[in-house]
Structures are given as C-alpha cells and as structure tokens.
Design a protein around this ligand. Structure first.
Ligand code: NAP
Length: 252
C-alpha cells in the first residue's frame, strides 16, 4: 500500500503525549521519519520506544518551543540528523484557564508564549530549509476555541492569533510551495482535558453535538492528510475536527 508521507521528515512538537503522540504515531505508520520534540526528554521515552519497535526512524529532542535559541538549536539538530525537513506540526500547547477578572498577567503571557510565539519561532526556524527544498507542509494545531470560549481569554486569543498566523504564512510562503494549514480540534480526550475540573468537562460535553469527545486519532488523521500531497492545493485552511461543534449552538 502506498504510504502517504513515505520518507518525509516530520517535526512534531509536544509529541510526548496526547494529540502530539498520536500525530507522531500516525505519520510514522505512513512512512515518515519523526523528530519528536517536547519540553522534557523523559516525556518522549515511551513514544520513542513505541515508534522504534514499529521500525520508524526517530530523533527525540528536548526543547521549550517558546525560547528562540532552543528552537533554532532543535531545528539545526533535526536538519543535521536527517538532512531535510519536510513537515512541521506545531502541536505543543498549554491551557491556564480563568475568568477575565482572575486571569493573571503570568497566565496570559505563558499561554501566548507557548501557543502563539512558539509556532511562530518554529515556522521561522524551518523556513530556510523548506524554501531551499521548494517544498514543505506546516500544520498548526489551533482549537475550536479560537471562535471564543468562556474562561479561556488567553487560550482563545492565542489560538485566534495562530489562525491569523496560519493564513498569513499561507500567503507569504505559497510561492515556495510551502503549504500552511491548521487543524482545529474540538473536545478531545487527552491528559490536557482530563486535567480540567469535572464541572468544566461536563459543561463542554453538554455542548457537544456528538455527545462525546473526539479521539486523538481523529486529529492525527486530519494532520496526516494535510501533511501529504493529497492536500497539495489546500493552503491557508482551518479544518475543524470537532464533531460539528463549530457549526453553531445546540438547541436542546
Ligand atoms: P497535552 O496532553 O498537554 O500535550 C501537550 C504536550 O506539549 C505536553 O507533553 C506538554 O508538556 C508539551 N509542551 C507544553 N509546553 C511546551 C513547550 N513550551 N515546549 C515544548 N513542549 C511543550 O495537550 P493535548 O491535549 O494533546 O493538546 C495538543 C494540542 O492540541 C495543543 O495545542 C492544544 O491546545 C490543542 N487542542 C487540544 C484539545 C483537546 O481537547 N485536548 C482541543 C483543542 C485543541 P507538559 O505536560 O509539561 O505541559
């Protein structure tokens, strides 16, 4: 069977768990060589072991994507090791939820640094390589929350900013045959959502048209499609993978 991203080199940030690990797993199944990035190397040991057993070529790098020097170093190591960088999946993200009056400046800054500045730095760091190859695929993981979500002023604004970054870079980089798209997950079962207060989780589930959370594999499939040449003429798009939640309010 033809694999969708055979021999492509893919960087996946936040690959240690949750959606990032599922994306790494899926791209590896489809033939890619994977650069796994997370803030601490110990977060990556399980997924590295799993992908190695699968026969995939991997490189694991500990880096904080909100720090330019660490991002530049990470991309240089990836390039040195594999020679090319074909796919960048900006997946790492954090939440620090709270209502406006209670949101600290630190919670605002941290979320902006990881969720918006991080992807900007990673895109900037891979640009020269993708430009010289005259090809590349960048997939940013945003969130349905970019449309607005109570208690998530920092998170929603960071993801809205990442939507704008996606659309702008899609225009800027198209002439170098670099596609920039985004996947906007709805409510997905991961360590991030398991850490939410039970009341917030059940409120979100009540608003979910499907009545259940999505899986990490639902997101990985969409990312794999956008990273492949099946999506060669798709650029600057935000693919909502949310069971229909972005279509409007449920009338119960
Ligand atoms: P997760 O389970 O928390 O995994 C994210 C990974 O990224 C963690 O290993 C995390 O480490 C790492 N990370 C955090 N900050 C980092 C940094 N500065 N540099 C490098 N790595 C860092 O999250 P997830 O639920 O899989 O979410 C993945 C992406 O999907 C995020 O962008 C999130 O906003 C988005 N998303 C998720 C959902 C959902 O329902 N789960 C819905 C919409 C969008 P730590 O554990 O130390 O933080």
């Amino acid at each position: 069977m033809l694999k969708r991203v055979q021999d492509k080199v893919a960087i996946v940030t936040g690959a240690g768990q949750g959606i990032g690990a599922a994306i790494a797993r899926r791209l590896a199944h489809e033939g890619a060589k994977i650069v796994l990035v997370d803030i601490k190397s110990e977060f990556l040991s399980d997924i590295v072991q799993e992908l190695t057993q699968l026969g995939a070529e991997t490189l694991s790098i500990a880096a904080d994507i909100s720090k330019k020097t660490q991002v530049v170093d990470m991309v240089a190591k990836a390039k040195d090791h594999f020679g090319t960088i074909d796919i960048l999946v900006n997946n790492a993200g954090i939440i620090r939820d709270g209502y406006l009056a209670k949101m600290s400046e630190d919670d605002w800054d941290k979320v902006m640094d990881v969720n918006l500045k991080g992807p900007f730095l990673c895109c900037q760091a891979v640009f020269d390589t993708m430009k010289s190859q005259n090809s590349g695929k960048i997939v940013n993981i945003v969130s349905r929350s970019w449309l607005g979500n109570i208690g998530q002023a920092n998170y929603s604004a960071s993801k809205g900013g990442l939507v704008s970054l996606t659309r702008t870079l899609a225009l800027e980089l198209a002439r170098f045959q670099i596609n920039v798209n985004a996947v906007a997950p709805g409510l997905i079962e991961t360590p991030m959502t398991r850490s939410m207060p039970e009341e917030a989780r059940s409120r979100l589930l009540r608003m979910q048209p499907t009545g259940k959370m999505g899986s990490v594999d639902d997101i990985a499939s969409a990312v794999c499609f956008l990273s492949s040449n099946d999506a060669a003429f798709i650029n600057g798009q935000i693919l909502h993978v949310d069971g229909g939640k972005s279509c409007g309010l449920l009338s119960l």
